[in-house]
Design a protein around this ligand. Structure first.
Ligand code: MG
Length: 281
C-alpha cells in the first residue's frame, strides 16, 4: 500500500512540474542571410531620418486629399465635358465672339456651322485665356479652288499670337511649316493627317502659356503646344520661338503678355467651324 501511495505522489509531482514548464515557441523556418539583413517595415515609434526604401510601406506614398475634381466627360470624346466653356454651340456667333475691335462680327451661324465670310476680318473670343485644352472642328469647301496657301486657309491663334495653321492640305503641297497642323513657319506637323476637302476635321490642342522674367523680350518658359489632328498626334509639346510671323524672325517679336483671346483667322477663303469648346488649365 505504501508503494502504491508513493508512486501516485510521484506521478502527481511530475504532472505539476510539467504544467509549470514555459510553452516553447512554435518552430520557425530558418531565415536566409538576405532575410536576416532585411528590416521588416518601420519599427514602431521610430522616426526615419533618411528615406530608406526597404523600410517603406505602400501607404507612405498614397495621397488621399484633396480629392481629384470630378467632372462628367462627353458621351463622345468630341463632346464637351462638364467643365468646358462652349465657344460655339451652333447658334449665336456674337455670344462668345467679336471682330478684332470688339464689335459684332460679320461671320455667320448657318446650319449649325460658324462660317467665315472672306475679307470680313478675324474673329476673337470675348473671353481671355492662358493655358488651355481646345477642341475645334473645321471644314474646307468641297469645291476646290486655289492652291498652296490660297486653299482653305485659316488659323487658330492661341493668345492672339501663336497660329496653328488651318489649310486644305489634301493633295496640296506647300512649304512644310505652312501646311495644316503646322505651327506656322516654326514647326511642321509630324505627319499630314488631312481629310478630303468638304469633310469635317478636328484639332485637339493643348496649349501652355509662356512665362516671363524681368527681361520681357525673352521667355522665362516658352509657349508650348501639342496638337492632335483627326485623332493623330502631329505636334508633341513643342516650344515656340516667338509669335507667329509671316515675315521675320519670331524671337525679335517676343513681347510680354498675359491672358488673351482665341482668334480665328480670315485669310480670304471660305471655311466653316463647329463644336468649339475650351477648358482652362
Ligand atoms: Mg492661316
Amino acid at each position: 500500500m505504501k508503494k502504491i501511495l508513493s508512486i501516485s505522489l510521484m506521478l502527481l509531482a511530475y504532472a505539476y512540474a510539467s504544467a509549470q514548464q514555459p510553452q516553447q515557441p512554435p518552430q520557425q523556418q530558418p531565415q536566409t542571410p538576405q532575410q536576416q539583413q532585411r528590416p521588416q517595415g518601420p519599427i514602431p515609434g521610430q522616426v526615419l531620418k533618411t528615406v530608406d526604401a526597404t523600410r517603406m510601406t505602400p501607404g507612405m506614398t498614397e495621397i488621399m486629399d484633396p480629392e481629384v475634381p470630378i467632372i462628367t466627360p462627353g458621351v463622345k470624346d468630341s463632346n464637351p465635358p462638364s467643365d468646358a466653356i462652349i465657344l460655339f454651340d451652333g447658334t449665336d456667333v456674337n455670344k462668345e465672339w467679336s471682330d478684332s475691335r470688339g464689335n459684332p462680327t460679320k461671320w455667320v451661324a448657318k446650319d449649325g456651322e460658324l462660317v467665315c465670310v472672306p475679307r470680313s476680318g478675324v474673329i476673337k473670343s470675348k473671353r481671355k485665356f492662358g493655358s488651355v485644352q481646345l477642341h475645334i472642328e473645321w471644314k474646307t469647301p468641297t469645291e476646290v479652288k486655289g492652291d498652296g496657301q490660297g486653299r482653305g486657309n485659316s488659323g487658330v491663334y492661341m493668345q492672339e499670337l501663336y497660329e496653328v495653321q488651318v489649310l486644305d492640305s489634301y493633295n496640296n503641297r506647300t512649304y512644310r511649316q505652312g501646311q495644316a497642323g503646322s505651327l506656322y513657319k516654326q514647326h511642321a506637323p509630324l505627319v499630314n493627317a488631312s481629310r478630303k476637302p468638304g469633310e469635317w476635321q478636328t484639332y485637339d490642342i493643348i496649349y501652355t502659356a509662356p512665362t516671363f522674367g524681368k527681361d520681357t523680350t525673352v521667355y522665362n518658359t516658352p509657349p508650348r503646344i501639342t496638337v492632335i489632328h483627326n485623332g493623330v498626334l502631329i505636334q508633341n509639346n513643342v516650344s515656340l520661338r516667338g509669335p507667329t510671323e509671316y515675315v521675320g524672325i519670331p524671337e525679335y517679336f517676343i513681347k510680354v503678355h498675359g491672358p488673351a483671346s482665341l482668334v480665328l483667322q480670315d485669310h480670304g477663303n471660305p471655311l466653316a467651324f463647329r463644336n468649339i469648346w475650351i477648358r482652362e488649365l
